[in-house]
Design a protein around this ligand. Structure first.
Ligand SMILES: [Zn+2]
Length: 502
């Protein structure tokens, strides 16, 4: 499934879960997604290291066009060793990123573990990735290479490595690519439900690439490539620099670019301060990310395409994300992960006595900006991960826990990706079991109904168990007090009957 379709799928799943109100089962579904992909599948690119420096764009050649071992047929799955680096939760609830070793020999395994851990830390301590680290698992997959390093065809240096990473791709010295097929095959064998694979190549030269399988080297600045490239994969962000990219598809579908025809309203209107001119002149900039506006030049075009901020990681690797791109990354992670992890009671239907209902609780991802709100029939009754009903609920109703991410990184969430819910149907004081349906009039054997001598025959015919819904409605409507009292007596009698029969 392509990235966009997958995002929509996730958004739909969350929406469906919200609409049905019975959510944990739906939200914890196992999604055996294939790896995320970014842009045209055969495109390879490397953004400028600093603003104004040239970017690299090229298209993936047929395997035989590249010196080295791209012509190798796909081999059997190699022996591997998989380690967890950062664990935020179950695969089904988290985004799983796998660092894959290339050019590390068996004797260099420890160096790979260390390098992968360092890159994981560098990624998860940065901007929106840091804010969402409670939703991201990182792993390190070691496959031993016969030789150390990577190919450098420009100098005639070739080595035998597990995934055939080569620099000098299509003549660009710092452009490093791996054999994606081999990488995806190996990661898929080790972790079938992974989301993203990144090749970490054992080479000190600055470089790497983006695409379905991003590549980074051991150079300290290469992690900036990862932060940038993963934003393409996770958030479908466009490049904001202007180096021409002949053949790149037209349009402005990405959340961080807008053509001249799409400036009013802007996709990122929620970030625009009143009075900011649109389009926004470069001279109006008061800082690298301020003010948010519509600056001309983005998506490989000098003219006619606009970006939100003067500067951004999607424009130059030495920058942080602009707020619009940070929002998109946050939402992209949210679309693929679950903040609501479990609930108690596990049953979605609960029958309890007035004042004696059990405690309700949820567990959530470790994201500091999460808030849990409890509502009874739509009215908020508490916050926090545990709700003690006490006398706050009565009659029949629906108890809902909304887990909401209040992060300031997001100002616009049209698909409600930052909200997850779970609900219980509760019958307080009702004698019927959940399976029988408290709201239904359930026939009662004549001898079981004998205690209900004070019932109001007009509201509750003899030999029928009471409807909890009717009792609540009567109370809410302020009906005749005697009738309500009769229903209460009837309910008490029914409870007594229930006790006798159990
Ligand atoms: Zn940006």
């Amino acid at each position: 499934m392509k990235h966009a379709a997958r995002m929509k799928h996730a958004a739909r799943m969350k929406h469906a879960a919200r609409m049905t109100g019975c959510c944990v089962a739906a939200t914890l579904l196992v999604w055996a997604w294939p790896a995320l992909a970014a842009g045209p599948s055969d495109a390879v690119h490397l953004p400028p290291r600093t603003n104004g420096a040239p970017a690299i764009h090229t298209w993936r050649n047929a395997p035989h066009a590249v010196p080295g071992r791209f012509a190798d047929p796909v081999q059997a799955i190699p022996a591997y060793e998989l380690h967890a680096i950062h664990t935020a939760g179950a695969h089904t609830a988290c985004l799983d990123l796998v660092f894959v070793a290339d050019g590390f020999t068996a004797l260099e395994k420890e160096a790979f573990w260390a390098a992968a851990a360092a890159d994981s830390e560098a990624l998860l301590s940065f901007g929106p990735y840091a804010a969402s680290q409670g939703l991201i698992n990182t792993h390190a997959l070691f496959v031993a290479s016969a030789q150390s390093g990577a190919d450098h065809p420009s100098t005639g240096h070739y080595v035998d490595t597990a995934f055939n990473t080569t620099f000098d791709y299509n003549g660009f010295e710092r452009l490093a690519v791996a054999d994606n097929t081999k990488v995806l095959q190996a990661v898929g064998a080790a972790m079938p439900d992974f989301d993203l694979a990144v090749v970490l190549v054992n080479d000190p030269q600055y470089g790497g690439s983006g695409g379905p399988v991003p590549v980074a080297s051991l150079d300290a600045d290469s992690v900036s490539i990862l932060r940038h490239e993963l934003a393409h994969n996770i958030a479908d962000l466009a490049d904001e620099y202007t180096s021409p990219y002949p053949g790149y598809p037209a349009g402005d579908p990405e959340p961080n670019v807008a053509s001249a025809q799409h400036l009013d309203p802007l996709k990122w209107q929620a970030w625009i301060t009143m009075g900011t001119a649109i389009p926004t002149d470069d001279a109006a900039a008061t800082g690298p990310q301020l003010p948010i506006g519509a600056y001309e030049g983005a998506r490989y075009q000098d003219k006619g395409m606009f970006r939100p901020a003067p500067m951004c990681l999607m424009r130059s690797l030495d920058q942080p994300f602009c707020p619009v791109c940070a929002q998109a990354v946050t939402l992209g992670i949210a679309a693929r992960t679950e903040t609501l992890r479990s609930r108690l009671p596990a049953s979605d239907c609960v029958v309890c006595k007035p004042g004696a209902c059990p405690a309700f609780s949820v567990t959530t991802a470790d994201v500091p900006t999460l808030q849990v709100r409890w509502s009874w029939n739509g009215s908020q009754v508490a916050t926090g991960t545990t709700f003690l009903p006490g006398d706050k609920i009565a009659g029949d109703g629906t108890l809902t826990a909304d887990v909401r991410d209040l992060t300031t990184l997001v100002r616009s969430d049209p698909d409600s990706l930052l909200v997850e819910s779970v609900s219980w149907t509760i019958h307080v004081g009702c004698a019927a079991a959940c399976g029988a349906g408290c709201d239904a009039d359930v026939a009662v054997a004549a001898d079981d109904a004998g205690g209900a001598t004070d019932e109001d025959p007009q509201l509750a015919p003899p030999k029928r168990k009471p409807s909890c819904t009717a009792a609540r409605a009567a109370t809410a409507d302020g009906r005749d007090a005697a009738a309500v009292a009769g229903l209460i007596l009837l309910a008490l009698a029914a409870v007594a009957t229930f006790k006798r029969s159990t």
